[in-house]
Design a protein around this ligand. Structure first.
Ligand SMILES: [Zn+2]
Length: 261
């Protein structure tokens, strides 16, 4: 039987001894911990590599499969919305299929890791990111437009616990949860928002077997996110086909479906 090295849950702060400013120290300590303890969720690679620091919004990559990871550290991780970098840059990356998986690291004052949550790259769709107001004319970067990532629009399937309540989750289990949604990345980006929303609405039904009628009853939940779409029911049926083609659900006949993820 293979034994694996347990994940170190206290950060080594000595790596930041040469740095003075608090934000810089926090960045160096958390990146140092991540470099030592992270692993790829999308494949079996046990190391991630730091990308050159001028790469927009990407901190680590897997040399095995190319999955990208962006690390964000908090004393208390936000629940609803996360401030990110330039809106157009992230939107472009989502459209190009190169969006990162966001790694939300929550730590205590004395640098003990409380939690690490991965926001799956396949669940980052245009409807999850929100434009912020342009910076005012007097700002140094006047007109610059940042974005918020709306964590409340990410379905539970897209949020994967790597460390929860100070305990590391089993690696095989974490990878399994992550990898079953990798096929979503093959969908065109305009479809993917609908597909993940459909998955999220199905999950809320609380059972794997459901009918088309169950989803039609929740038409308003879809319209709330896509108010200008007049063909919500057709969209729902299309998403069920997408989920079936990706192997995530089966058609049982007579308008009945069964989720298999
Ligand atoms: Zn990988």
């Amino acid at each position: 039987m293979m034994t694996s090295v347990p994940m170190e849950l206290v950060c080594d702060t000595s790596v930041a001894n040469a740095y003075k400013s608090a934000p810089q120290r926090a960045r160096v300590v958390s990146e140092g911990w991540f470099a030592q303890n992270s692993y790829c969720l999308a494949c079996d690679a046990d190391r991630l590599y730091r990308t050159p620091s001028n790469t927009a919004a990407t901190d680590f990559t897997c040399n095995g499969c190319g999955q990208r990871y962006e690390l964000k550290t908090f004393l208390k991780r936000p629940g609803r919305s996360l401030v990110d970098g330039a809106y157009l840059s992230l939107l472009g990356r989502i459209q190009a299929g190169t969006a990162p998986t966001l790694c939300l690291l929550e730590r205590s004052d004395c640098w003990r890791i409380r939690s690490l949550t991965a926001i799956h790259s396949s669940f980052l769709t245009p409807w999850v990111i929100e434009q912020r107001r342009p910076l005012s004319q007097v700002a140094r970067r006047a007109g610059w437009v940042g974005c918020n990532i709306r964590l409340d629009r990410i379905p539970p399937d897209g949020e994967i616990n790597v460390i929860g309540a100070g305990v590391a989750c089993p690696k095989a289990e974490v990878r399994n949860k992550f990898q079953r949604f990798l096929p979503l990345a093959s969908l065109p980006v305009g479809q993917r928002g609908w597909t993940t929303l459909t998955l999220s609405v199905i999950r809320k039904l609380g059972r794997p077997q459901f009918s088309l009628g169950d989803l039609y009853l929740r038409e308003e939940e879809f319209s709330a996110f896509y108010p200008s779409n007049r063909h919500v029911r057709a969209k729902i049926r299309q998403q069920l086909q997408n989920l079936r083609d990706l192997g995530m659900l089966s058609f049982e006949g007579r308008g009945e479906y069964r989720l298999s993820v």
